[in-house]
Ligand binder design. Structure first.
Ligand SMILES: Cc1ncc(COP(=O)(O)O)c(C=O)c1O
Length: 390
């Protein structure tokens, strides 16, 4: 390959397509408008203090979030992908170790593992919840397995009790990737009353702007309940130093900016109401769409709440999803396919261990799913309009 070919990327038409959209997946502008005076004041305070890195708001927000989640420790970091990488590093995972991750998923858990030489082993998901299938996870456990990453996709819990006991039985770490489900909680069973992300050895999250709790740039955090582990995570996020200029391990530089922490401090008290609007929006969608033939609305699992980071419907008939998506586009309504291909079928993650057909539910879901606009500013009128276009 020449140097030039090495740098070439496929062309990106997404900007052009966006311009004709009237109804977007998220509406960050309206949310900002509502909170403008508080947010502007919080940003100004950081600028006045010029307290940009590890400033007071970072500690304050971490303490607020720990309190809100009921987590002993919250360690902020640069983004949700770093949070996963830091989790693997703090847990002492080594090259050649294996972690089990769902195949129907965002790339971060697999990518962060692969970058460290840890092997992501893909497991299938269940089609009702889109989340890790505990039986498939159990079948993927081998002598090199060190951890399972339960990704709480689209806003609701994986089958945590089953996955937790699978980890206990096999001496594995449980990492909860809670980037999409902040605020969701277990409502009955062994973990009743606990917020997602606080149950495994480590919980991770992202504050990407479109997340249920989003900042105005990049941000992330880890949650844990063990003091020694919290110290290790902090050390790993700070160049492997316990003390300044004393490097005990090879670490990373991953920080939450003070400005982002200040913005998140303003937004955190609103998270319950943001999530409530998402839940009401989901109810409104499901009420209208549930009896449409061939269209499957998302199920809310018993035993945990759902904070609807995404409202994702499915179409059983081959090709129908794409027709509906085109109708929505023509009506100026954005929709998204999360995720168009399961991870094990991507060039970067293909291995003989996971040939096509080996994880059938993940493969089927990728051809069926369609996520509709949902956010903290949704109205019933918008839901009606979107459902009419469907
Ligand atoms: C489930 C999940 N995990 C991790 C991430 C990574 O977060 P970030 O974009 O902040 O690195 C995302 C982001 O979309 C996500 O959805």
């Amino acid at each position: 390959m020449t140097k030039r070919q090495n740098l070439e990327h496929p062309s990106d038409n997404s900007k052009m397509a966006i311009s004709s959209i009237r109804i977007k997946m998220v509406d960050l502008k309206t949310q900002y408008g509502r909170l403008k005076s508080e947010i502007d004041q919080a940003i100004s305070a950081v600028i006045s203090d010029s307290d940009f890195i590890n400033g007071q708001a970072v500690q304050e927000f971490s303490a607020d979030l720990a309190n809100w989640l009921g987590s002993r420790f919250v360690i902020p970091c640069g983004n949700g992908t770093d949070a996963l990488q830091l989790a693997y590093m703090a847990l002492g995972l080594k090259p050649g170790d294996e972690v089990i991750v769902p195949a129907f998923n965002y790339v971060a858990a697999a990518e962060a593992a692969a970058l460290l030489g840890i092997v992501p082993v893909f497991a299938d998901v269940d089609s009702q919840s889109f989340n890790l299938d505990p039986l498939s996870a159990a079948a993927a456990i081998g002598p090199k397995t060190k951890a399972i990453v339960a990704v709480h996709l689209f806003g609701q819990s994986s089958k945590l009790e089953e996955i937790h006991s699978l980890c206990e039985k096999n001496g594995l770490f449980l990492i909860e990737d809670n980037a999409q489900a902040i605020g969701a909680e277990m409502t009955n069973g062994k973990f009743a009353g606990k917020k997602l992300g606080t149950i495994g050895d480590i919980g991770t999250t992202s504050f990407f702007p479109t997340k249920n709790l989003g900042c105005m740039g990049d941000g992330g955090a880890l949650f844990c309940q063990d003091e020694e582990l919290a110290i290790r995570i902090r050390m790993m996020a700070n160049h492997g130093q316990r003390q300044r200029y004393q490097y005990d391990a090879i670490g990373m530089n991953s920080r939450l900016d003070t400005i982002q922490a200040a913005i998140l401090r303003v937004k955190l008290p609103h998270l319950n109401s943001f999530n409530k609007v998402r839940q009401e929006t989901a109810d409104a969608y499901s009420l209208i769409l549930k009896n449409r033939p061939g269209l499957i609305v998302p199920e809310i699992a018993t035993g945990s709440s759902h904070v609807f980071h995404q409202y994702t419907i499915r179409f059983e008939e081959q090709g129908r999803r794409d027709t509906v998506r085109e109708n929505l586009r023509l009506a100026g309504i954005q929709s998204m396919v999360y995720y168009p291909l399961p991870l094990h079928l991507h060039t970067a993650y293909r291995t003989p261990r996971h040939p096509e057909g080996s994880l059938p539910t993940a493969e089927k879901l990728s051809s069926q799913v369609l996520s509709l606009p949902i956010h903290s500013e949704m109205t019933e009128a918008l839901v009606q309009e979107i459902c009419s276009a469907i």
